[in-house]
Design a protein around this ligand. Structure first.
Ligand SMILES: NC(=O)c1ccc[n+]([C@@H]2O[C@H](COP(=O)([O-])OP(=O)(O)OC[C@H]3O[C@@H](n4cnc5c(N)ncnc54)[C@H](OP(=O)(O)O)[C@@H]3O)[C@@H](O)[C@H]2O)c1
Length: 272
């Protein structure tokens, strides 16, 4: 990683997971800075992991990669406290906030800065995240590599060609864990309805989801082939899949993801 110092504005869940990811990759905590309006969250990071507690100004003045890890509604206030101290400096600033586009962040921080956006997801908290990234033309190849290294420390990441692709990624992987939780909940409840004990149904549902995801990741055949391998003609899986198809599951998933992407665009308009 080329960035000497990495700073977090906001030290909540996602910032904490990124700090842990960096440390697991061997990053020296002396080069990590954390700020938050809740001093307790920073103190915890300092106490548990030896990073530096810092003010917004200090982060703006000393860090090469600055992560805006605050909620969208806190973005204006967070940027206002960085703006003056950024004058004359050239760090890359990456926002994690959904629905706040780079034009808006540029308005809040000033023009000419290297800016990036990241749409992470909650599995980043356990190192299995999937993130979409987008950077403006001021971000150098080296700065983009630093961002990639940071996000790869908590999972995988992909760069988008267009900022608008982040709305699709929000709908796919940002919100995606909740779709799987809903499906798992429905599977567990169906098994309970057939008489299985809830704890057993939940355990088997979770392990099945994990196994299916791992198999899909490890296998060289695609999703269609993997499904075919479980679906014997006239068998149990075929009976279930036929019912899903009759019920319009594909259409429903399509509509749900389109609705989530549209909501991401609406939020960007509201925040812009
Ligand atoms: N968690 C995820 O997996 C995930 C997934 C997708 C996107 N994101 C995005 O990532 C961002 C961070 O999420 P999170 O889950 O880490 O949120 P979080 O746990 O609420 O952490 C944000 C922290 O920032 C603090 N804060 C608010 N205003 C601030 C300011 N002006 N300066 C410094 N700190 C400030 C908050 O304090 P208070 O609580 O006192 O306000 C809070 O401690 C959000 O924009 C979220 O939408 C997160």
């Amino acid at each position: 990683m080329a960035a000497q110092n990495i700073g977090f504005i906001g030290s909540g869940n996602i910032a904490r997971s990124l700090v842990l990811g960096l440390l697991a990759k061997g990053r020296n905590p002396a080069h990590i800075y954390a700020a938050d309006i809740d001093a307790g969250k920073v103190e915890r990071l300092v106490r548990d992991h030896g990073v530096n507690a810092a003010g917004h100004e200090q982060i703006a003045q000393t860090c090469d990669l600055i992560v805006l890890a605050v909620k969208p509604q806190s973005m204006s206030e967070a940027c206002a406290s960085l703006k003056a101290a950024l004058a004359g400096r050239g760090p890359v600033i990456m926002s994690l906030a959904a629905g706040v586009n780079l034009a808006r962040i540029g308005e809040l921080l000033g023009s000419g800065l290297a800016l990036a956006r990241c749409m992470p997801n909650t599995p980043a908290l356990i190192g299995t995240g999937a993130a979409g990234l987008y950077a403006n033309e001021n971000a150098s190849t080296e700065q983009k590599q630093d961002i990639e290294d940071l996000m790869n420390s908590v999972g995988i990441c992909v760069w988008c060609e267009l900022e608008s692709d982040l709305d699709t990624i929000t709908a796919l992987s940002g919100s995606g864990p909740a779709y799987f939780f809903l499906f798992m909940e429905a599977m567990r409840n169906a098994a309970c309805g057939l008489g299985l004990e809830p704890g057993v149904a939940e355990k088997l549902t979770g392990q099945t989801a994990l196994g299916a995801a791992e198999l899909a990741r490890a296998s060289e055949c695609g999703l269609v082939e993997l499904r075919a391998q479980v679906t014997s003609p006239g068998g149990t899986t075929e009976a279930a899949i036929a019912r899903f198809e009759q019920g319009g599951l594909r259409q429903l998933v399509d509509e749900a993801i389109v609705a989530a992407a549209e909501r991401a665009r609406e939020l960007a308009r509201e925040n812009g």
